[in-house]
Design a protein around this ligand. Sequence first.
Ligand code: CU
Length: 164
Amino acid sequence: MRHILILMAGLAVATAPLQAPAAAQVAKPTLNSAAPRAEQAWSRPAAQGGAGAGFMRLVNATARPDALVGAETGIARETQIHRTTVTDGVASMQRQAAASVPAGGQLVFAPGGYHLMFMGLKRPLKAGERFPVTLVFSSGARVKAEFVVAVAPPAAAGHDHHAH
Ligand SMILES: [Cu+2]
């Protein structure tokens, strides 16, 4: 018993200096992102009863890889993850079970590639409107995103110098 008590006392001393910096990090609001986030989410105008396509940039600032496995919105009967590919000059799209977002990386949903497909729109999507979508990740995270209806992608905010 004496050995155990001595060991525990030693652990308490050893871990005390490590706990202080960890607590300080949690207090920073910039580290309050335990899940990927969606930026520049937009969707093209579409007719009621038809299908709409949603685009966005998924940014994973966390230290672990994640994957989008689903999306939910009240404006459509069903929302699927799709990916457009071109074979022999013919574009076609396939449903995807998941779309991986690497740790510390990002995945872009854009025309000609990954997109959300809003199947069976319950109302038309008109330019300028906004609607909420809940993104579901394999980690279990549920992330809310607001899509704006537009004919072209919204201007990149900040310091994005990539050509589109
Ligand atoms: Cu599609």
